[in-house]
Ligand binder design. Structure first.
Ligand SMILES: [Zn+2]
Length: 148
């Protein structure tokens, strides 16, 4: 099912971990609505990055899947309000994050992770924090800003 011109429900709710561990990662109706908002922001990012393909690493994560990947319980991924992705045709995750940072795209959290970019949206009706962070490795603490 298409959520937007270039993003489908299937890719935004696919989880390799869920498939591997046999966990359910089927989004419910509220999550599907949220994934539609996420897809809308991802379209804006796609346009910003010159219309290049954006492979999605992770979108929705059910509570079980989130726990299996060691994600924080309050993760925006659990609400369908986050997307981890790369855009290698455009540049490195750092270059991608920097371009999003400089744009007027509204996000709650923009995180330059170790190998991908995380964009999280605020819950409906909640003000976006426009927080940007860098995380250099699995165990590293979050640093403020997008850092090379
Ligand atoms: Zn993420």
């Amino acid at each position: 099912m298409k959520l937007s011109e270039h993003f489908t429900l299937e890719e935004l709710s696919f989880s390799e971990v869920a498939a591997r561990l046999g966990l359910d990662n089927t989004p419910g109706p509220i999550v599907i609505t949220n994934l539609g908002l996420t897809a809308g922001v991802m379209e804006r990012i796609r346009t910003l990055l010159g219309g290049k393909a954006i492979p999605v690493h992770s979108g929705y994560r059910s509570p079980q899947v989130n726990q299996a990947v060691g994600g924080v319980a309050t993760s925006a991924h659990c609400f369908g309000l986050a997307c981890d992705f790369v855009c290698t045709q455009f540049g490195t995750p750092y270059e991608v994050a920097l371009d999003i940072l400089k744009s007027d795209i509204e996000y709650d959290q923009l995180i330059l992770e170790y190998g991908w970019v995380h964009v999280g949206l605020a819950q409906v009706g909640v003000l976006s924090r426009l927080e940007s962070l860098t995380k250099r490795s699995l165990r590293a603490a979050y640093e403020s800003g997008i850092r090379a």
